[in-house]
Design a binder for this molecule. Structure first.
Ligand code: ATP
Length: 241
């Protein structure tokens, strides 16, 4: 059996009296893009944070590369992009990238070419020497995404990476994600854009604290007898109410 890169089993997470995750099962295999979709507040970010060990689970298990997170050594193998940007405002985009490249242990001789590559993916190469405090929200998202891509991590965990990004660039970013997958790396991505969910290898639909459907987009569409993942989402949501 192929060893899972991310393996969530019967995951439970509560905040006070609110049980956000009741029983979440999800696997990300090598060379897979897995999309996590669900209504706002369903707990997508919570799934990610619990998997990464940033939140402590109240039940079940979460492993990445077969180990319980957080694990400092494993962090260098993971590119994580959070929903809120953690950037240094007073530094330029290039200085931010350089700082994170050093943190990730990228060799000094490779830093400039790495920065060049990841900034091109998000079309930020002409704005790299501006201060981040002058960036738009979309530019900050793009910089955050480029930071996650630094060092070619084996696993990318991306929480809504394309919010505020225009369609042409979104397409370019998805081409890069496809290339990353084809190289044998894995991606877990949350999105509100249903067209993007169509581009994943597997879609997990999070509703009512559980992953209620998890399969290839084409299989889910057949199962729900609809033509788009958006309709799968709407139909599943309707059935649950
Ligand atoms: N640290 C926290 N303390 C208390 N409640 C929290 C915390 N983090 C998340 N929640 C609650 O858990 C629920 C799920 O939040 P989460 O951010 O995981 O949803 P989401 O599916 O990612 O939403 P969105 O699509 O809007 O980003 C929400 O009701 C939220 O208020």
């Amino acid at each position: 059996m192929t060893e899972a890169i991310i393996d969530l089993k019967h995951l439970v997470k509560k905040f006070g009296k609110q049980t956000v995750l009741k029983d979440v099962n999800l696997t990300v295999l090598p060379k897979q893009i897995v999309g996590l979709i669900g209504p706002s507040g369903a707990g997508k970010s919570t799934v990610i944070k619990t998997a990464l060990g940033m939140e402590v689970a109240d039940g079940g298990s979460a492993t990445i590369f077969g180990q319980v997170m957080p694990n400092r050594e494993l962090l260098s193998r993971i590119g994580y992009m959070a929903q809120t940007d953690a950037l240094y405002d007073s530094l330029s985009g290039r200085e931010n990238l350089k700082f994170f490249a050093q943190m990730k242990g990228i060799k000094n001789t490779e830093i400039a070419s790495s920065i060049d590559h990841v900034s091109r993916v998000v079309d930020l190469q002409d704005d790299l020497d501006k201060r981040v405090s002058g960036y738009s929200g979309g530019m900050m998202r793009r910089l955050s995404l480029s930071i996650a891509l630094l060092g070619s991590p084996e696993l990318l965990v991306l929480d809504e990476p394309t919010v505020g990004i225009d369609p042409a660039l979104r397409r370019q970013i998805w081409q890069e994600l496809g290339r990353i997958r084809d190289e044998g790396r894995s991606i877990l991505i949350t999105t509100h854009v249903m067209d993007e969910a169509e581009l994943t290898d597997q879609v997990a639909l999070l509703l009512g604290g559980k992953v209620i459907a998890f399969d290839e987009p084409v299989v889910l569409k057949a199962q729900y007898q609809v033509n788009s993942i958006e309709d799968v989402f709407l139909k599943a949501e309707g059935e649950l109410q």
